[in-house]
Design a protein around this ligand. Sequence first.
Ligand SMILES: [Zn+2]
Length: 511
Amino acid sequence: MSFIITTPLYYVNDKPHLGSLYTTIICDAIARFKRLLGEDVIFITGVDEHGLKIQRTANEKGIEPMSHCDKISEIFNINWNNWDISFDKFIRTSSKNHELVVKEFFERVKGSNDIYMGVQKGWYCVGCEEFKDNPENSTTFKCPIHQKNLEWRNEENLFFRLSKYQEQIEKIIREPSFIEPIERRNEIINFVSRGLKDFSISRTNVSWGIPVPGNENHTFYVWFDALLGYVSAISSNETDQLLEKSINGGWPADIHLIGKDILRFHAVYWPAMLISAGMKVPKKVLGHGFLTREGQKMGKSLGNVLDPDILLSKYGNDSVRWYLIKDISLGNDGDFQDRRFVDTINNDLANTIGNLLNRTSSMSRKWFDNKVPNNEKTFNENILASFSMQIVESYMHNFNNYKLDLAANDVLNLAIKTNLYLNDNQPWVLIKDEANIPQVKEVIYNVLESTRIIGLLLLPILPELSSRIDSQLGNNYKKDLQWKDQIKWGSLEFNSELPKPSPIMNKLEYE
Ligand SMILES: [Zn+2]
């Protein structure tokens, strides 16, 4: 059984922004965590390439839609590699394989008698690629999200019989584990209780899309096409029975992590489409919040957009990951504040975790011949060992429940407690009397051991910092041993060599 986790397939109208980086980092941390637990993980990301918006963007640039998509999808790929994102599949919806999946899926849905020809009238936002519910209530006929004029549509479209699935969808969305957080679940329950309407799945005025078999002047509606990217990501490169191959490949997804703005598509339309095609629905849809900057919405017109490339070169991977994971409670909105960012990184990573390791390994090198001291006391009789075991338990619970901020705080709390332990015991005072050497060994060993556990717990959250901690402790991670077994107290080997100390985390400066 595979654990399948997905980011949304990002729309290729522009390069990655902070929001897409945030979603992708959270998925990466969860994927790493599950792999460390020994699960077979398939982490899917990719790009959504069709639709009128892309067609128009390419036209404005005077290039073919495909060359526009090639360029932007390459930028996404490079970006995720720069951020060390451990994705397993990168799906492009312009791929031949995906087209075959969409067509096969369409045949199944048609076979369930869920497709009919109708007329779609209404106000359409090209930015959202969506009809707007109540244009008559809007005095300006502008999309509230894009602030752009809506376009009137009156055309023949193929429709999907969503209304047929009213009862089934109501049941699914009320399952407490299906939509998180609860505020999002309630929004969707309200939406569905107003009654589901059939939705159109084809367009006649869009050439940049997958042609509908049997209705060649239609292309599939971009959302109908894009959601299926999750399925085609785990199908094979063969040409037939692709849906069966996806099912054998592990479908359904365990978790779709998405921004709250695309929740309806994932939690209502998508499950109904899958049921119609005789496929299982995803196990969980987790809608995260929006990110603001200094309390303000980010936008090009405001000139306050945070560019992931600049963040990476200025602050590095660890700092940005730590802030996004620890400072924002997954599901809530988050705010990026420059001062708060610098303070958080300096306090948590440089001062609390970095200094702890640095000064302890320096003492150990100086007093014990560049080695980890051998501690003769039994392991369970110290306060740090029992505290670290509580922390590990809490961390596992939090991570398993996708409370990544709390899991990150658990690690930080272990570092704070370890610093207190060091200050309370004052080995630098004890060492002045030779009779105290067994006690000094015990204190230093315990602090180094606790730091080793901190490093291991950081592995899914901050893989780079984690590996620097490990190398400062003399490369103790054991590839042949399960992660969970390595987290047990007392695994740090006596008399193992310590390398020359070097800072594992530099302080950041205010702008
Ligand atoms: Zn819009």
